[in-house]
Design a binder for this molecule. Structure first.
Ligand code: GLN
Length: 487
């Protein structure tokens, strides 16, 4: 097996035994990028040889090239959220998680493609054009961290970092057949993450298996005084939670999640997954999350309101792009703002700014934004209630497998509705992971979502690890083909 196809923990074992070197690993990863990124298009910027200097003192102690979503600030390296409006923006500082990765001696392979400002579920809303799904190049990789998930699935990185505001780590992980974990809100510092919706955003790992997710979370988790929402709780060693035993754990299956709209193949994969965990000793019970039907509407009010306010700072003055007005008029400053925002933002970003500004405007604030916040509390209460009866909740990560590029671009509502299983998790702040749990007849991956209580990532790891150890789905490799027929 080629080095770039191994997991981080497999490579670490080889390094310990002195059976490989940093140079061999870098060559394997860079060679793979060279070979296939023209098809996959996971990366928007590569570090190339500069990767060597990312590890502490240029001496990487964990030479495991990582792919970073393009919304996480890297000092002096262009970081744009795949938006034209941030063209040329070079952050003057490292995000906390970048500093942590550098301290751990993990080199950065490059920055990955994403939906502009993380607005989307397919990576099609990028100023660089779409990334392709390594399992079928005609399909989307999911989004918004589609570049990160595709890079891992295509073995163009050993592991990756994504961000998740409404599913953007878990859904692309599910579409690309890899593991994606959204930690509890407050577990990982967002200092240096370019904000989308500040009350929902979290950073997390995208990896080839559950063990790697635990290793990567160990590196990036923890309190950070620079992020006032990060929580000052001790970080356990997550690798100790990798226990192949779930006896006695009770898992809830929310009845509202298995209704029309769910692809029969996704449903079948879920049912088989339940059987696997039952055989391992988990107990199952039906539970209810009664406010699920309001989740999509609530999310798209709260998230767009916060986004419109976060994006107000991009006006051509401080960051990235500045367009001079075509003619010098009395209102030259207003013209400059308008031109810059008009050319700088893509269609989906404009749609969200308008939706969010509307929801926050006087006269509508109480009816939309405030009401959205109240319903959000009801959704969170549903989770609190369920967690008095069980240790975890099991759901599909997405109602379907990856769809074709272009299939949903003209129907934003259909795109929003496909977030149904992931967004309540962000509205409630709880942690969740997506692990591969099967394939469709067309050979596209299916993801299983496990959700636990706030700061109980350990139970998340225990369940995900047990599931993985008792199945083979994570061992399949994407072939980078375009199949003729995709439903
Ligand atoms: N698909 C969701 C959206 O479009 C979630 C995106 C995300 O988590 N960043 O907002």
């Amino acid at each position: 097996m080629k080095l770039n196809e191994l997991t981080a923990h497999e490579i670490l074992t080889l390094i310990k035994a002195k059976k490989t070197s940093a140079d061999e690993i870098y060559d394997a990863v860079l060679g793979r990028i060279d070979q296939c990124d023209k098809d996959v298009r996971a990366y928007v910027r590569l570090r190339g040889a500069q990767m060597d200097s990312d590890g502490a003192n240029g001496n990487a102690s964990q030479p495991l090239p990582i792919a970073i979503k393009d919304n996480i600030c890297i000092r002096d390296v262009e970081t744009t959220c795949c938006s034209r409006i941030l063209t040329g923006f070079k952050p003057p500082y490292d995000a906390t998680i970048i500093a942590k990765l550098k301290n751990a001696g993990v080199p950065i392979a490059g920055q990955t493609n994403m939906d502009e400002f993380a607005f989307g579920s397919s990576t099609e809303n990028s100023c660089h054009g779409p990334t392709r799904n390594p399992w079928n190049l005609a399909c989307v990789p999911g989004g918004s961290s589609g570049g990160s998930a595709a890079a891992v699935a295509a073995h163009e990185a050993i592991w990756a970092i994504g961000s998740d505001t409404g599913g953007s780590i878990r859904q692309p992980a599910s579409f690309c057949g890899v593991v994606g974990l959204k930690p509890t809100y407050g577990r990982v510092s967002r200092y240096g993450l370019i904000a989308f919706a500040s009350s929902l955003d979290q950073i997390g790992p995208i990896t080839k298996d559950v063990t790697d997710a635990a290793i990567l979370l160990n590196i990036i988790a923890g309190y950070d005084p620079k992020d006032s929402t990060s929580v000052d709780l001790p970080v356990p060693d997550y690798t100790r939670a990798l226990i192949n035993d779930v006896k006695g754990l009770t898992i809830g299956i929310p009845k509202e999640y298995f209704v029309e709209g769910i692809d029969p193949e996704v449903n079948a994969a879920m049912m088989s997954s339940i059987e696997v965990l039952k055989k391992c000793g988990a107990l199952f019970k039906e539970v209810s999350l009664p406010h699920t039907e309001y989740a999509v509407a609530t999310y798209y009010l709260v998230a767009t309101a916060e986004a419109s306010s976060n994006l107000a700072r991009y006006d051509g003055v401080q960051y990235g792009l500045r367009l001079q007005p075509s003619q010098v008029r009395k209102t030259a400053l207003m013209d400059m703002y308008e031109e810059t925002r008009d050319i700088g933002f893509g269609r989906e970003a404009k749609r969200r700014i308008m939706l969010g500004t509307y929801a926050l405007s006087s006269g509508y604030y109480d009816d939309y934004y405030l009401r959205g916040l109240k319903v959000r509390t009801l959704i969170k209460n549903d989770f609190d209630q369920v967690f008095t009866q069980c240790d975890a909740i099991l759901t599909p990560t997405a109602p379907t497998t990856a769809f074709k590029i272009g299939e949903k671009t003209n129907d934003p509502l259909a795109m929003y509705l496909s977030d149904i299983y992931t967004i309540s998790v962000n509205l409630s702040g709880v942690p969740a992971v997506s692990v591969p749990c099967g394939f469709s007849r067309e050979g596209l991956p299916i993801g299983l979502q496990i959700i636990t209580k706030p700061f109980d990532e350990e139970t998340l790891f225990r369940l995900a690890y047990t599931y993985e150890q008792n199945t083979d789905w994570h061992k399949r490799k994407a072939e980078l083909k375009t199949y003729a027929k995709v439903k």
